[in-house]
Write a protein that binds this ligand. Structure first.
Ligand SMILES: [Zn+2]
Length: 320
């Protein structure tokens, strides 16, 4: 009888311990999961002020720890959720986007991203960056990116006077592409003619100085690039018109210009300063200024409808 009682007791104690273990395990697990969750960026972001939904979106978008650490050091801002949905969003520009948006409340999110990407949140000529000259046909030169005084384009050669006025020179690859384009335009009924092309640093200095002397610096900056900032120094740019119509005022209304707009990309040329893009390129429209970037890049720019400055920021610099 006593043996049976003891057995029952041991059995009860066993059950009791088992329940204790299960309960303890359950709470332990719960505590552990909670502890683990608190280590996640989703939790940290909600603690930082974001809603759970916002935090989930941010976690979905960002991948690197450093990105999250950066997010946590800047004040909670739901505008970031709008920024990351932009196609050309570049993470390293985040605080500049926020600054710029804050000072320019009328700008669309798309424009905020575009303007900052191309450095136009800085004043012209006050943020010089030595440009990467190893990029060949993709060198970028504008009011921020500069070429050294002694920069010389690769394989510079004369453009035949069949296609240009005397004394014009560009890089061989660009020249070959221009001749192909010239022939296609010719078949379509347009006789293209180049009236300006490669200019070295000194020539650009002369152009700029004479403008500055007659107009003053402010006006000169609107019509001429400062030396080292002219794309003509790359040997990849041409000012092209139609023979018989070489007016900068009327070329933009000509069928030849329409033809270039529709076809030049197939030969690797892009319109460098399109209409309504002055806020990104730094130049008012120049229907005659075409830049060689190669067919692949030109096609992409054409399809996406972006300027070279935008292309450069997103596809070259950001992905380097
Ligand atoms: Zn030009």
């Amino acid at each position: 009888m006593a043996k049976r009682k003891l057995k029952k007791k041991v059995y009860s104690i066993g059950i009791f311990i088992l329940i204790l273990l299960l309960v303890g395990g359950y709470f332990g697990m719960k505590y552990y999961q909670e502890y683990k969750y608190k280590q996640t960026y989703e939790y940290k972001l909600t603690e930082h002020g974001y809603t759970l939904e916002e935090a989930k979106k941010l976690v979905d978008f960002y991948k690197e720890d450093t990105d999250f650490e950066n997010l946590l050091t800047i004040e909670k801002n739901s505008y970031i959720l709008e920024l990351i949905q932009e196609k050309y969003y570049i993470n390293k520009n985040l605080s500049r986007y926020l600054d710029y948006a804050n000072k320019n409340k009328d700008k669309s999110v798309k424009d905020v991203v575009a303007v900052v990407n191309v450095n136009c949140d800085y004043k012209y000529y006050e943020h010089d960056i030595p440009t990467d000259t190893s990029l060949g046909i993709l060198i970028n030169v504008n009011k921020y990116y500069t070429l050294p005084e002694d920069f010389e384009p690769i394989e510079i050669e004369d453009i035949s006077i069949r296609y240009s006025y005397d004394g014009n020179r560009i890089s061989k690859e660009a020249n070959d592409a221009y001749v192909s384009m010239w022939n296609a335009a010719n078949e379509a009924g347009f006789t293209l003619i180049v009236n300006s092309s490669y200019r070295d640093y000194q020539e650009q200095e002369d152009v700029y100085s004479s403008k500055k002397a007659s107009l003053g610096q402010k006006e000169a900056d609107k019509v001429a690039a400062r030396p080292g900032h002219s794309e003509h120094q790359t040997g990849l740019s041409i000012d092209v018109f139609e023979k018989g119509n070489q007016s900068t005022a009327t070329f933009k209304d000509s069928p030849a210009y329409t033809w270039l707009k529709e076809n030049a990309y197939q030969y690797g040329f892009i319109e460098r300063y399109p209409e309504d893009k002055e806020y990104l390129t730094g130049y008012s429209a120049e229907a005659w200024h075409w830049r060689y970037v190669g067919e692949e890049v030109a096609r992409r720019m054409h399809n996406e409808g972006i300027t070279f400055d935008e292309y450069y920021a997103y596809y070259i610099e950001n992905q380097a």
